[in-house]
Design a protein around this ligand. Structure first.
Ligand code: ADP
Ligand code: MG
Length: 855
C-alpha cells in the first residue's frame, strides 16, 4: 500500500494536510526528518504511516502516558496494530506485546523515555529489530525547550545500543535553539527540516496599547463572545480581574497554580462544559485542554516569549471559525517581564549563598563531606525564601553547583528503597506457609528468591520496579503491601525521602573559594532577554503580525500576509460590536414581553435611571454606545424582519427569537453550584474512601478511582440505583462503600445553604447579614455603603437566590405598600415612589421589585 492508501484505510482521510506527504516520503527514503509543525497539524500521521508501510515494527518515544494510551487505543479500534510499554504496564502484558511484535502483528510500539534506560528492555528491542525510531515531543530533549525531560537525553544511547540510525523527530516548538539542540543531542546526520503550517487562517491578531485594561477586557468579552481565556502574568491580576468581571455579570473563574489540584480540575471541567464562559488564568492554564470553540484569547499582560504567546493563542478557534486574539499593552508590561527574568537567574553572590545555606542546613563543618543527603524540605525552603532566594533562582543555582561538582541532586530515579527482614529464616518460612493473604505470600517468596540471605543480615537495597514486574503486582500496590508487612512487624521497609535532597560531592569549602562556570547563566539570561525583545518587537511591528511570528520560527523569506491582523487592516471589531448590539436589542425585547417603542429600548439598554428595576436581564449593557449606533442596528433588524414594528411599537419576531436562541438557552441553564462546595463533597467522599480502603486492606483507587469519585461528586446520586448508574461504579464497589457514599451525599445536600452561589465576597457578607435578620439600614451601616449600592447588590443577589427572605430587611407594612403598587401593574421605581409614603426609599422599592420579579 502506498501512503495515500494507508491514510484512507487506517484513518479514513482522503488527502494529506500540508507538509505530511513530504515528511512521510523523506522517512520512507530513510532520511532523518525533523518535523516542526504546530499542535494539531497532524504530526502523528507522519510517523504512523511509514510505520504501517513497513514489514517490521517501529518505535515511538513519547513522554505523556495518557496521550500514549489514547493514540494506541484509537489505532487499535479495528485491529490490534499498536501497543505501549511504560511504567503502568504489567510484566505479563509486556511479554505478550513482545510476542505480538515478533509475530508481526504490532507495527507501532509506544514507549516512555524512562523505559529506554532498562537494559533488559533494550536487549529485547534490539533482538526484535525495529525499522524506525520516532521521537514525539522532541523538544523535551532540549534544556531550551519548555518541557525538558532528562530521560530524553538517554535516547541517543539507546539508539546506538540497538544500532538504529533511522531516527526522526517531531515537535511543535520551532525556535532555532531548540531545533539545533534536537539535532545535536540526537546526533542526526544531515537531517531534513520541515517547518510548516504555523499560520492560522482564522485567528485575528490585534495589539492594543491602553492603560484602561480592565474596561477593555470587559468590552472584549462582551462583544467578542465566549468561551474566552484571559491570560495574566500574576495570580493577583487574575483574581482581581475575575472579581471585576464577575461584578459586571460575566460568568468567570480564575485559575492559577496556587489553587488546589482538585479545584483546578473542577474549574477546567466547568469551562469545557460551558458552565463558565471566561477563564482568567496565569500560563498554568491550557496544557492538554481540548476545547474547540474558544472564540477569544486576551493577553492582559505581555507574555515573555513568542513561543508562549503562540502556544496560548493557538488554543483559540480549533473548530476553524474566526476567533479574536487581543494583546493589551502598556509601558509597564515590559518591566514585569524584565523582573521575572531577573528573578529567575542567580548572580554569583546568590550562588554562593545557596551553597552556604545548604551546608549550614545540613550542619556540615568546613572540610567535611557528609555521607547522608541533606533534605530540601519545607523548613529549608523557608530559610531560602527569608534570604530572598525563590525557587527558580534556587534551582538555577543548584544546577550550577552540581555542574561545578560541589553537590549532586538526588533525582527521583535514584531514590532507593531498602528492606530488612525481622524474623529468622525458619520462622519466616513457617509464617509464609500459614499465610492466607496471597499478595503477602507472593511478595515474600519473590523477595527471598531475588535477594536471599542478605535480607536477614541488614538493610538491603531493592529494585521496586523489578519486583513489580516479577510479581505482576503494580508498584503502588507493592509499596502498600510492604508497608502493611512493616506495620505487622515482619520486615522493615524504607522508602526514599519524600522531599528531594542533595549530597555534597566534595568536602565543604569556604564559599570564597567556590569556582563555577557562570557563563552558562549569562548565556541563558541573555537568551531570555532576546526572547522578550522579540516579543516586544511583535507589539511594535508594522508588518503582518503573523508574518512576524513565522519569521521568528524560521520560515524565513516568507511573504505571507494574513490579511486579518490589525496591521493587515483586518477589521472584525466593527462587526463584533454590531453583533453585540443586535443581540442585546433582541434580548431586551424578548425579556420585556410587553409593547415598547424605540425610545424605551434605548433607555433600558443605555441604563437610564428612570428605567431602573425594569425586568430585563441586560439592563444598561449598551451604556457605552450612542443612540445613533443603536438606532442603526435596530433599523436593520426591522428591515430584516427580526423585529416587528407596528405604530412604532416593537416586538421580537420568530426569526428574531431564533437568532438569540443559544443565548436564551444558556440563561436557562442551571446555575452551577459553587466550586468550593463541590470540592468539599469530593474531599468528604475521598476521606471515606480512605477509611474503607484501610478496612479492606486495599488501595484507595481499587475501592473507587478518582474519576468515578469525581462523577459522584458532580452528579450527587441520592439512591442506590442512581449511584449504580454512574459509569464504572458497579455492584462490587457498591457493596463496599455504596451506603456510606449515599449517606455523605444526603448530609451534604441538606447542608447546602442559601450561600451556595458564586458571588463576590462582599455579596456573601450581605447575604449573611440578611440571614441574621439585620435591617437594610443596619446593613448599610455595617458595610459602610450607601443604600443605593447595597440595594443594587441585594437586587443581584435575588437574581441568584430568588427564595431569599427579605422580610427582615424592610418593615412588613412598607413591603405591603410597595407590593400593592406592583400588583397594580407598576414596575418603575419613580412611578411607585410617587404613589407611596414618602418615607419609603428607592432602595426598598428596588428590593421589593426584584423580589417580585421571579414570582
Ligand atoms: P499534532 O501531533 O501535530 O498536534 P495530531 O497528530 O494529534 O496533531 O493530529 C491532530 C488531528 O488532526 C487528529 O485528530 C488527526 O486525526 C487529524 N488529522 C491529521 N492528519 C489529517 C488529515 N490528513 N486529514 C484530516 N485530519 C487529519
Ligand atoms: Mg502530537
Amino acid at each position: 500500500m502506498n501512503p495515500l492508501e494507508i491514510l484512507y484505510k487506517y484513518f479514513g482521510y482522503k488527502s494529506f494536510r500540508p507538509g505530511q506527504e513530504e515528511i512521510i516520503n523523506a522517512i520512507l527514503d530513510d532520511k532523518n526528518a525533523l518535523a516542526i509543525l504546530p499542535t494539531g497539524a497532524g504530526k502523528s500521521l507522519c510517523y504512523q504511516i511509514p510505520a504501517l508501510a513497513s514489514d517490521q515494527f517501529s518505535i515511538v518515544i513519547s513522554p505523556l502516558i495518557a496521550l500514549m494510551k489514547d493514540q494506541v487505543d484509537s489505532l487499535n479500534s479495528n485491529e490490534e496494530i499498536a501497543a505501549y510499554i511504560n511504567s503502568t504496564v504489567e510484566y505479563n502484558k509486556i511479554l505478550d506485546i513482545y510476542n505480538k511484535i515478533y509475530e508481526g502483528k504490532i507495527k507501532l510500539l509506544y514507549v516512555s523515555p524512562e523505559k529506554l534506560e532498562s537494559t533488559g528492555f533494550a536487549e529485547r528491542i534490539k533482538n526484535l529489530s525495529p525499522k524506525y525510531i520516532f521521537i514525539d515531543e522532541a523538544h523535551c530533549i532540549s534544556e531550551w525547550g519548555h518541557n525538558f525531560r532528562p530521560s530524553y537525553r538517554k535516547i541517543v544511547e539507546f539508539c546506538n545500543f540497538i544500532g538504529n540510525t533511522r531516527i526522526s523527530a517531531f515537535t511543535a516548538t520551532a525556535t532555532p535553539e531548540v531545533r539545533d539542540d534536537i539535532v545535536n543531542q540526537l546526533s542526526l546526520k544531515n537531517p531534513e527540516f520541515f517547518i510548516r503550517g504555523f499560520e492560522r487562517e482564522n485567528l485575528h491578531l490585534r495589539v492594543f496599547k491602553t492603560k484602561q485594561k480592565k474596561t477593555e477586557v470587559l468590552k472584549l468579552v462582551q462583544t467578542c463572545g465566549s468561551p474566552a481565556i484571559v491570560y495574566t502574568s500574576t495570580r493577583k491580576n487574575a483574581e482581581e480581574l475575575t472579581n471585576y468581571l464577575k461584578s459586571n455579570k460575566i460568568s468567570c473563574e480564575f485559575y492559577h497554580a496556587g489553587l488546589a489540584p482538585e479545584k483546578r480540575r473542577l474549574i477546567q471541567d466547568d469551562f469545557i462544559n460551558d458552565y463558565v464562559d471566561v477563564i482568567v488564568a496565569t500560563n498554568a492554564f491550557g496544557m492538554g485542554i481540548d476545547k474547540k470553540d474558544i472564540r477569544l484569547i486576551v493577553h492582559y499582560n505581555l507574555p515573555g516569549t513568542i513561543e508562549s504567546y503562540y502556544q496560548e493563542i493557538g488554543r483559540a478557534g480549533r473548530d476553524g471559525k474566526d476567533s479574536q486574539i487581543h494583546l493589551l499593552f502598556d509601558g509597564q508590561d515590559k518591566y514585569i517581564q524584565e523582573f521575572f527574568i531577573k528573578t529567575s537567574f542567580p548572580d554569583r553572590e546568590q550562588i554562593k549563598l545557596v551553597y552556604s545555606l545548604i551546608c549550614n542546613y545540613g550542619q556540615v563543618p568546613l572540610g567535611i563531606q557528609p555521607d547522608k543527603p541533606i533534605p530540601l524540605d519545607k523548613k529549608f525552603y523557608q530559610i531560602l525564601f527569608s534570604n530572598e532566594i525563590n525557587k527558580a533562582l534556587f534551582s538555577a543555582a543548584l544546577g550550577i553547583l552540581e555542574e561545578a561538582g560541589y553537590v549532586k541532586q538526588k533525582s527521583e530515579l535514584h531514590q532507593n528503597y531498602y528492606l530488612e527482614i525481622n524474623l529468622e529464616k525458619e520462622r519466616l518460612r513457617e509464617y509464609v506457609k500459614k499465610l492466607k493473604n496471597n499478595a503477602f505470600q507472593e511478595i515474600l517468596i519473590t523477595i527471598l528468591r531475588e535477594y536471599g540471605g542478605y535480607l536477614f543480615s541488614g538493610k538491603t537495597k531493592i529494585n521496586i520496579g523489578n519486583l513489580a514486574e516479577i510479581t505482576g503486582i503494580s508498584k503502588p500496590d507493592l509499596i502498600f503491601n510492604l508497608d502493611e508487612l512493616t506495620k505487622i512487624g515482619i520486615l522493615e521497609f524504607e522508602k526514599p525521602l519524600q522531599s528531594p535532597a542533595v549530597f555534597l560531592t566534595a568536602t565543604r569549602v569556604d564559599e570564597k573559594y567556590l569556582e563555577f562556570d557562570f557563563k552558562k547563566i549569562e548565556k541563558q539570561l541573555e537568551n531570555s532577554r532576546k526572547k522578550l525583545q522579540s516579543m516586544i518587537g511583535l507589539v511594535n511591528t508594522k508588518k503582518c503580525r503573523f508574518n512576524y511570528i513565522l519569521e521568528y520560527f524560521g520560515e524565513t523569506g516568507s511573504t505571507y500576509k494574513c490579511g486579518k491582523c490589525d496591521n493587515c487592516g483586518g477589521n472584525l471589531e466593527e462587526n463584533a460590536s454590531k453583533h453585540y448590539i443586535e443581540e442585546n436589542i433582541l434580548i431586551s425585547l424578548f425579556d420585556l414581553k410587553s409593547e415598547v417603542n424605540e425610545e424605551r429600548v434605548f433607555d433600558i439598554l443605555s441604563g437610564k435611571s428612570s428605567e431602573i428595576g425594569v425586568a430585563v436581564s441586560n439592563f444598561g449593557v449598551l451604556a457605552n454606545y450612542s443612540l445613533i449606533e443603536i438606532d442603526e442596528v435596530l433599523t436593520d433588524l426591522v428591515i430584516e424582519g427580526h423585529i416587528n414594528c407596528k405604530n412604532s411599537v416593537l416586538t421580537i419576531s420568530d426569526t428574531g427569537i431564533e437568532l438569540i436562541k443559544p443565548k436564551i438557552e444558556k440563561k436557562l441553564r442551571p446555575v452551577q453550584e459553587n466550586i468550593e462546595d463541590r470540592l468539599v463533597l469530593y474531599n468528604e467522599l475521598s476521606q471515606k474512601r480512605k477509611e474503607i480502603a484501610n478496612k479492606f486492606g486495599q488501595t484507595a483507587s481499587l475501592i473507587c478511582s478518582d474519576d468515578i469519585l469525581k462523577s459522584i461528586a458532580d452528579k450527587k446520586p441520592e439512591t442506590p440505583a442512581e449511584l449504580l448508574d454512574i459509569e464504572g461504579f458497579n455492584q462490587r464497589k457498591f457493596n463496599k462503600i455504596g451506603d456510606d457514599f449515599l449517606e455523605i451525599i444526603q448530609n451534604f445536600q441538606t447542608q447546602i445553604t442559601q450561600t451556595d452561589i458564586s458571588l463576590p465576597e462582599s455579596y456573601k457578607e450581605v447575604i449573611e447579614l440578611i440571614n441574621k435578620n439585620y435591617s437594610l439600614e443596619e446593613i448599610c451601616e455595617l458595610q459602610k455603603l450607601p443604600e443605593a449600592i447595597i440595594s443594587v447588590q441585594i437586587e443581584t443577589i435575588l437574581s441568584y437566590l430568588p427564595e431569599l427572605e427579605i422580610s427582615p430587611l424592610i418593615k412588613q407594612s412598607e413591603i405591603r405598600e410597595i407590593k400593592n403598587r406592583i400588583d397594580e401593574g407598576m414596575y418603575k421605581l419613580k412611578e411607585i415612589k410617587s404613589q407611596i409614603s414618602n418615607s419609603i426609599s428607592y432602595g426598598k422599592i428596588r428590593i421589593v421589585l426584584a423580589k417580585s420579579k421571579d414570582r
